[in-house]
Write a protein that binds this ligand. Structure first.
Ligand SMILES: [Zn+2]
Length: 297
């Protein structure tokens, strides 16, 4: 700890003495687009970030290419969210010959567990609450600082600025959702990706697919879900940008739930879409969800 502080202090001193930007550009690989965006926000001009899973891609199910292995091998730092999201990463690291250890940015987040088929599983979708992304930011800042102490002041300033935006987003989400009657805060989506959003803002999300899009819903699960949606009077449903929407559409039709639009759950849109950054993705989802819930009563 002491040594770290010393390195940090030296780094800060060096950053103050030297030109504002470090000459060094860190080559960074992030597992998926949401994380790549946040790393880029903190790293600024001192980093070059490549996302393995691209826009609209599914981070649970990903088949890395030989090019991905090459990119990984030459990276200065590799970032993953962790908690079981990127089941494919370990194989890719082994295949690539990358010598380092990936930085797990969700370390320190209080995770939720869910029962699925008799097993307790950790929910990896931490970023759907901006409160958790503050911990991502702290972990990212620390890892960047260690890799390039001369840019420590730059990373710190970026982290502070971005954290303020995350806090403002959280306040806005509470402002938009806290007044909706608790019994009305229910939504149907494709898979269980909104547990942390639900916990923070008191919204219940129902979904036919579990925590990973790699699982499948049985006919019995779907029938049970349809009954539950009718019993709980869930009136809005959403597609997800990064997976198949047929099942959720079928269920919605059987229950009379109305479409609320497309949520960006674990993947950004391309640059010209509605969710090209994490902040825009969260705002887009919040706007759609709060509009759908407002129509309830
Ligand atoms: Zn997911």
């Amino acid at each position: 700890m002491k040594r770290h502080s010393l390195i940090l202090a030296l780094g800060l001193a060096a950053a103050c003495l030297a030109a504002p930007a470090s000459a060094k550009t860190l080559k960074i690989v992030a597992s998926f687009s949401v994380l790549a965006d946040v790393v880029h926000e903190i790293g600024g001009q001192s980093v070059e970030v490549k996302s393995l899973v691209g826009p609209n891609g599914d981070p649970h199910e990903f088949e890395p290419s030989p090019t991905d292995a090459k990119t990984l091998k030459t990276a200065d730092l590799v970032f993953v969210s962790g908690e079981g999201l990127e089941g494919w990463m370990e194989r890719l690291i082994t295949a690539s010959g990358y010598a380092g250890k990936p930085v797990v940015v969700s370390d320190g987040i209080k995770t939720r567990t869910m029962e699925e088929d008799g097993q307790m599983l950790t929910d990896p979708h931490v970023w759907n609450s901006p409160v958790n992304v503050e911990i991502w930011v702290a972990n990212i800042e620390k890892a960047l600082e260690t890799a390039d102490p001369t840019s420590a002041a730059h990373f710190k300033a970026n982290a502070e600025r971005y954290t303020a935006k995350l806090k403002a987003l959280n306040v806005e989400a509470h402002r938009k959702l806290d007044d909706v009657a608790q019994s009305d805060r229910k939504i149907l989506t494709s898979h269980d990706a909104f547990g942390y959003f639900g916990a923070e803002y008191g919204v219940t999300f129902l979904a036919p697919i579990g925590l990973s899009t790699e699982t499948e819903a049985s006919a019995a699960d779907v029938a049970k879900l349809i009954d539950q949606i009718k019993a709980e009077k869930v009136k809005a449903y959403f597609f997800e940008n990064s997976n198949d929407s047929r099942l959720v559409k079928q269920i919605a039709q059987a229950t009379g739930a109305a479409p609320g639009g497309e949520l960006f759950v674990e993947s950004l849109s391309p640059a010209d879409g509605p969710a090209p950054t994490y902040l825009k993705m969260f705002s887009h989802n919040l706007d759609l969800i709060s509009a759908a819930l407002a129509q309830r009563s």
